[in-house]
Design a protein around this ligand. Structure first.
Ligand code: HEC
Ligand code: HEC
Ligand code: HEC
Ligand code: HEC
Length: 331
């Protein structure tokens, strides 16, 4: 195997930095959030399942935890629910009468995208009189594409959802980590084990009767898509690094590690999109104050990951089964 440039370059993070970069853009636009209770009108089981997860419970739990208040104090925040720092990843906010308010923890739209522009499109089978079983395959495909074009992270392409997870679970906030003492990302994150336990809510495909498990073919695609999304967001996270410290070193090592894992997967599956993602990443210089360049590379990885999830045939990825966590490891 040729020596890969990215294995060594993360040590470049020894360079001196500029001041903190500015606040992150919001996860989902509060002016376009409609809130989980609107989804409940048609997705009652999904909402009931979600309410049992740490994502929902963080709304009531977070500000009661001493370690959370310690982080907020170091960040100079008067309160966890005020200011925008914790809002990015622990809460869903909505603009009500021109004021941004917290309405939930991590909720439906944190993962599926703020819904105002897509909610009436994603379930439209072709007009008010057309029933689900009358919809043509071509219309279904077009409906999904339209919903995605209007901001939906539709699980028909699992990369879109994996991006949501990693956007938060990579914790791309240098000050929060280096000053606040927050964890520098969920280093053990893995898409299958983290989405198929408490978080699973596949009622739709069974007509609302049971919470369906995925077939092995789907899990294989999800597994690889999760790692590519990890590579994309670890690369973006390095772009936020402005100084040598826990944050920069942790996210750079994460990016390098996930690239090595993907390289060994690529040796087994020979996928053209994964090849593209790795080729893009091999140009990345993991040093401080390199945001524009790293975002450009991450954009290329994003494209490759989206195409991978769209075209991959899980039947041809069986060689990966020994790498994919089993049920006993599901969160
Ligand atoms: C008026 C009823 C209604 C509301 C409100 C609604 N949905 Fe749906 N949703 C549906 C129906 C019906 C489907 C099934 C579409 C199909 O058959 O593919 C669906 C499908 C979905 C899917 C799967 C999409 C796919 O193509 O496989 C997701 C994800 C989803 N909804 C999320 C949400 C979220 C999140 C909300 C709230 C922001 C929401 N929905 C609000 C009725 C609704
Ligand atoms: C960029 C995303 C992001 C931001 C911003 C963020 N968090 Fe977190 N936080 C997370 C994630 C993801 C986890 C889950 C960590 C894990 O799985 O290890 C988490 C977990 C935590 C935990 C629990 C740690 C544990 O070990 O259980 C605390 C406490 C916490 N955050 C406090 C805060 C506070 C306070 C703020 C605001 C000052 C904040 N977080 C802002 C993403 C974020
Ligand atoms: C908007 C930010 C955000 C998104 C999107 C997000 N998470 Fe999380 N996740 C968090 C935070 C914050 C916590 C910690 C909550 C707490 O402990 O208070 C967490 C906790 C979890 C936990 C519980 C961890 C434990 O140790 O018990 C799992 C599992 C998880 N997330 C999986 C996922 C998966 C899978 C996705 C995508 C399908 C996802 N998350 C998307 C922010 C997010
Ligand atoms: C932590 C991220 C996350 C949150 C929060 C979340 N979802 Fe999902 N959702 C996913 C993922 C990932 C999938 C695909 C899961 C799979 O294939 O196993 C999915 C799939 C779906 C589906 C399609 C299920 C099927 O049978 O094919 C619907 C419908 C849905 N979600 C609705 C919702 C609603 C409504 C909420 C809020 C109550 C919600 N989701 C909250 C990540 C999330």
């Amino acid at each position: 195997m040729p020596k890969l440039k990215f294995v060594s370059t993360w040590f470049v993070l020894l360079l001196v930095g500029l001041p903190w970069s500015v606040a992150q853009p919001p996860q989902c636009d509060p002016t376009k959030v409609i809130g989980p209770m609107r989804c409940a009108a048609c997705h009652e089981n999904e909402v009931r399942t979600w309410l049992q997860t740490p994502h929902a419970k963080t709304l009531e739990d977070l500000h009661r935890r001493p370690e959370a208040n310690a982080i907020a104090a170091k960040m100079g925040l008067r309160s966890i629910k005020r200011g925008d720092v914790c809002l990015d990843c622990h809460y869903t906010s909505q603009t009500v009468s021109e004021k941004v308010q917290i309405i939930a923890g991590v909720s439906c739209e944190s993962c599926h995208g703020a819904a105002l522009d897509w909610v009436t499109l994603h379930n439209d089978y072709g007009g008010p009189t057309v029933l689900k079983n009358q919809e043509t395959a071509a219309h279904k495909e077009q409906r999904r594409e339209t919903s995605i074009a209007h901001g939906m992270r539709n699980p028909s392409n699992v990369y879109l959802i994996a991006r949501s997870c990693l956007q938060c679970h990579s914790v791309p906030n240098e000050k929060l980590v280096n000053v606040g003492g927050h964890g520098a990302g969920t280093l053990k994150f893995e898409m299958v084990s983290w989405s198929q336990g408490i978080n699973r809510h596949n009622f739709l495909r069974t007509g609302n009767t049971t919470n369906a498990e995925n077939a092995p073919e789907a899990l294989r695609v999800m597994f690889v898509a999760g790692l590519i999304a990890d590579l994309e967001f670890s690369t973006r996270a390095v772009g936020k690094a402005t100084e040598r410290g826990t944050y920069g070193l942790t996210v750079a090592k994460r990016a390098a590690d996930v690239a090595v894992r993907l390289k060994s997967i690529q040796d087994q599956i020979q996928d053209p999109h994964l090849e593209q993602a790795l080729r893009s990443f091999s140009q990345a210089v993991l040093k401080t104050n390199n945001e524009a360049e790293l975002n450009r590379i991450a954009d290329e990885i994003q494209q490759a990951g989206t195409s991978f999830a769209q075209s991959a045939d899980g039947n041809r990825l069986a060689v990966l089964d020994t790498l994919i966590p089993g049920k006993s490891e599901y969160k």
